[in-house]
Structure formats: C-alpha cells, structure tokens
Design a protein around this ligand. Structure first.
Ligand code: KG4
Ligand code: ZN
Length: 334
C-alpha cells in the first residue's frame, strides 16, 4: 500500500510517499520561512497564497522522486487540522480533487496525532503502547496518553503560548529572525545557561500544564533592561534551559503519574539538540525509555501525515468529506 501525504497546516507545503510499513519513498518540503521572515512571523493569508502556488509542483516532484505515478497511490492523506484555516483548505481541497478525479480513497489526518506517530517512521526500536507523548511545536505544547494510534487523550497543555512560539518571540526581540528555534539552539551552544536566571513556570505545579508566556516576558524584559550587557549566546542558553527543563520535568511527571515506561517527545521543538540530550539523561536516570522521531521528521512534513493517514484509514476507513476541514482534534480530554 502506498500513501501520498499532503501537509499545508502552517507555512510548509509538504508532500510525501510512504508505504504501509512506514518506509519513506519521497519526502518533499517547501518552506515559506524566507517569505514570512520579513514580517517576523507567519502571515496566514500569505501562507495560503504560497500553498496555492506550490502545492501542484511539490506533489508532482514528490511522485517523481518516489518513482511512482498517481495510478500507484492507494490512499491520499491530507492534514485536516488543527492549523491555519486558509492554509488547511488549500491542501485538503487539492487532495480531495486528486482523490475524486482518480477515484482514490482520501483520509483527513489530525496534525498532532501525525506529529506523535512520526516516531514510528524512524528506525526501531519503537515505543510500546501505551506511551506518554509530549508534543512541543510552534502551535501546541501538550502531554498525551497514547493508548493506541487512534486512542489519544490529553493530560496537560499550555495555558498560554506554545514552546515554539516562545522561541520565536524571544528570537524576534533579539533580532535573530524567524523561526527562532533553530537559531536560538545554535547560539545557545556557545552560551552559558547559568549566566541569567529565568523562571521555570509551573515547574512545581501539581498538574501537567505548561505556561511559557511569563518566561517569554521575563526574557524580553531582561533583554530590554540590560541591552548590551548580556551576550546574546547567554540569553539564548539561559532561556532555552528554562523552557527545556520544564518540558522534561512535566513529561517525567506524566510518566510517573501513569506508571508508564515509554516516552515520546515530538513536534518542531523536539528537533532541539539540548532538549533531546536533557530528555535522554532524564529518562535514563528515571529508568524510562525515550523515543524521539528523527530530527528531520520533527518539524511539519508530509511523511508524518501519510503515516497518520494510514492508521486513521485502517481504523476508520475513508473520511466522510462532508466533515469539517478544521474539525476537532482526534484526542479527547481525560
Ligand atoms: O511542528 P512545527 O514544524 O510546526 C507546528 O506544528 O507548529 O514546529 C515549528 C516550531 C517553531 O516555533 C520553531 O521555532 C520550533 O518549532 N523549532 C525549534 C527548533 N527547530 C524548530 N525550537 C527549538 N529548537 C529547535 N532546534
Ligand atoms: Zn506541526
């Protein structure tokens, strides 16, 4: 079975061909980063127009690179939500037209579920169900209990900003461009995380929620107050350490609370090398098994949508196209 995955929920136009085993035949990502960088963040209407321009050539290139044609595709999977409404509509309706025109089944995929299941696209070993999944991206920061690919429940979430959003906003104030995560993590490597002490919001709260808005404000206030006194590398390292420490601690708390051994950290921020290192050390100390998607499959991509689509199709069959494009996420609250 070959699945064509299409992702357009934010600022990446992405397509991939993946087989039912999770083997990736082609994975093409067209990033709009350079276009949005001039605005210091994503402009939704600009994103939709770029998707419209890119979607056909990206899908064509993807099929070509995979060495297949549409006649070889058994299932089309497209991100259904959550995401930017206009951006989602472009990918979803494009996928729908392809599916209808070629009589191929189509399935709508939950973006967050796809981020989590991306862990199965990496080489084994893979986590055993049930596992704890912490999703850290530009739009979401949440902890889930994943009982099986289609049974995902929310254990905790951010009360304000997402982790990636905090990286992006801090980078903006430091004039480091957009997106902030990759450049902050690079600069942080030569900075001293102990140079400035930033708050660890909700670190000791007895729930599994996050808050990054106060940390972001503390960093921005410090930058403005002491402009010129701190090395940018130190600000990056100190901010990154504060954010990451909370992510690791809360993830571990969820594992302890449920008695679950296997842990997954996914989403764009999970590409952060320091988070990957600290999470690995934390899990080792706590006797837990950590599973991370390969770093290049952490940010938005079509392969994760194809794989998420495979599981969704297996469990539920094709998606009823009368359902809302930006429908509720697949997970339920505990
Ligand atoms: O998962 P993703 O590609 O898109 C969403 O679904 O939101 O995540 C994008 C986010 C951005 O906020 C970006 O700054 C962050 O992931 N990110 C990182 C790193 N690479 C990307 N954050 C921290 N460290 C990184 N190395
Ligand atoms: Zn995402």
């Amino acid at each position: 079975m070959l699945i064509l995955g299409i992702e357009t929920s934010c600022d990446e136009t992405a397509a991939a061909v993946v087989d039912e085993e999770g083997k990736i035949r082609a994975n093409i990502i067209n990033s709009q980063v350079a276009i949005h960088a001039q605005f210091g963040g994503i402009v939704p209407e600009v994103a939709s127009r770029q998707h419209l321009k890119n979607i056909l050539p990206i899908v064509e290139r993807c099929l070509e690179e995979a060495g297949v044609s549409l006649a070889d595709i058994d299932l089309i999977a497209a991100t259904r939500g959550p995401g930017l409404v206009g951006a989602l509509l472009v990918g979803y309706t494009f996928a729908l037209a392809l599916a209808r025109g070629r009589d191929i089944p189509i399935v709508g995929v939950d973006h967050l579920q796809a981020h989590i299941l991306a862990v199965f696209l990496g080489p084994p070993p893979h986590p055993a169900f049930p596992f704890i999944a912490t999703l850290v991206s530009g739009g979401h920061t949440a902890i889930f209990l994943v009982r099986d690919p289609m049974d995902i429940s929310l254990m905790g979430t951010t009360l304000d900003d997402a982790a990636g959003e905090a990286f992006d906003k801090v980078a903006k104030v430091l004039d480091l461009g957009y997106p902030g995560g990759p450049v902050i993590s690079k600069l942080a490597r030569s900075g001293d995380p102990a140079a400035i002490s930033f708050p660890r919001p909700l670190l000791r709260s007895d729930d599994l929620n996050f808050s990054f808005s106060g940390l972001k404000t503390a960093v921005i206030t410090e930058i403005k107050k002491n402009r010129g006194h701190h090395k940018t590398e130190d600000v990056c390292a100190a901010f990154q350490e504060a954010a990451i420490e909370v992510i690791c601690a809360k993830t571990l708390a969820a594992a302890r609370e449920t008695g679950i051994n296997d842990i997954v950290v996914a989403g764009g921020v999970a590409a952060n090398p320091r988070l990957r290192r600290l999470m690995a050390d934390t899990c080792e100390t706590a006797g837990r098994r950590l599973f991370l998607p390969p770093a290049d499959l952490c940010p938005d991509n079509g392969a994760m949508i194809a794989h998420g689509g495979y599981h969704t199709f297996k469990a539920q069959g094709p998606t009823d196209i009368s359902t809302d494009v930006y429908s509720r996420a697949v997970f339920h609250e505990t």
